[in-house]
Design a protein around this ligand. Structure first.
Ligand code: SF4
Length: 333
């Protein structure tokens, strides 16, 4: 993991086993209240004197991630056009709650127990393409060969996800629950984890259709938002990544993790302010060049990376150009 070391629970471990053995790290309500007070003070100090836009400053996991790579990423570049990685991300996100609560879906297996071709496409992707016209239009414009390749990827990823989730029918599973936390200095945290599993303990889950770069920071952010919102910390945050092979990671939620997430929030707020002030002064924001430039939709305008550098970065990135576009959503200020 990029910024936080996740405990890798091993290839044989799935979410079901993680949830069944979850143990609370017993963070007290008082600690959470002190954490909120500390975060509020830091935000007030960081944002004091900023002649800012009228709306609340919304901190999301995508904004937090973008800001870590390069300040200018916080400008955003408009909606990302649909592509293979985004499409797979949407299918996998839609499949997660179904797999968690009805793991026998899609009921189309051969006598030897192998899933029949097109089973997940039939159960998840086809209905989703009707519900989501952007996804449907993208799929229907594909060539027959490309459709076949995509269908195959859908089957592989959904089977991988099924193995990574296990059977959660004995738990309550909440999906895509949007949570807001109002903080001082007109800052709002918002998070929408893929799954929340309620058993003896509460477990928050993020699913990545690819390698899950930077998932440790995202999980810490979810832990913070859930703790501040409920006043009680979840026991664990869990990440599931599906490339290169399906894998499950967990982080116990302790006060160090929450402190780390609070620092990331303050850092992101500081960067948002810096970007806004640069824009107001007609200056390009302070940038950080690196491999992330290869994904940057501002690269053509950016004064800090030349075409040559970009080509070099693209060559270096090579195989790293992967699926993580599935979280590249545009976030409004
Ligand atoms: S090209 Fe690189 S340095 Fe320039 S804005 Fe994009 S990420 Fe930042």
């Amino acid at each position: 993991m990029s910024h936080l070391g996740c405990k890798q629970l091993g290839m044989a471990t799935n979410l079901q086993e993680v949830v069944e053995t979850a143990v609370s790290t017993a963070i007290s309500e008082r600690e959470i209240s002190e954490l909120r007070d500390g975060l509020n003070s830091e935000l007030e100090e960081t944002l004091a004197g900023w002649d800012r836009p009228g709306d609340p400053l919304r901190i999301t996991k995508d904004r937090l991630r973008r800001g870590l790579a390069c300040n200018a990423q916080l400008l955003g570049g408009g909606p990302v056009p649909m592509n293979e990685h985004l499409a797979l991300g949407r299918v996998v996100d839609a499949a997660a709650p179904t797999i968690a609560t009805a793991p026998d879906t899609p009921h189309r297996y051969s006598k030897s127990g192998q899933p029949l071709p097109g089973a997940w496409g039939h159960a998840i992707a086809e209905p989703l393409r009707i519900e989501d016209p952007e996804l449907g239009d993208w799929y229907h414009a594909l060539s027959t060969l490309h459709k076949k390749d995509h269908d195959q990827l859908v089957e592989t990823r959904c089977e991988g996800l099924k193995g990574s989730i296990g059977d959660l029918r004995s738990f309550t599973v909440v999906s895509q629950n949007l949570t807001f936390v109002d903080l001082a200095a007109d800052v709002v945290l918002s998070a929408r984890p893929d799954l929340i599993v309620l058993g003896t303990e509460r477990t928050v889950v993020e699913v990545k259709s690819g390698k899950g770069h930077g998932i440790g920071d995202e999980l810490a952010f979810y832990a913070l938002v859930e703790s501040l919102s409920a006043g009680v910390a979840p026991a664990l945050v869990v990440g599931i990544s599906l490339l290169p092979l399906p894998n499950t990671f967990s982080l116990p939620v302790n006060i160090e993790l929450l402190d780390r997430a609070a620092s990331l929030v303050v850092n992101t707020a500081r960067r948002c302010r810096a970007v806004d002030e640069s824009v107001a002064a007609a200056r390009w924001p302070l940038t950080t060049t690196g491999l992330h430039c290869t994904f940057c939709d501002l690269a053509k305008q950016c004064p800090d990376i030349s075409d040559e550098h970009l080509e070099e970065a693209l060559l270096m990135a090579g195989h790293q150009v992967d699926e993580d576009a599935d979280s590249a959503e545009e976030e409004p200020w």
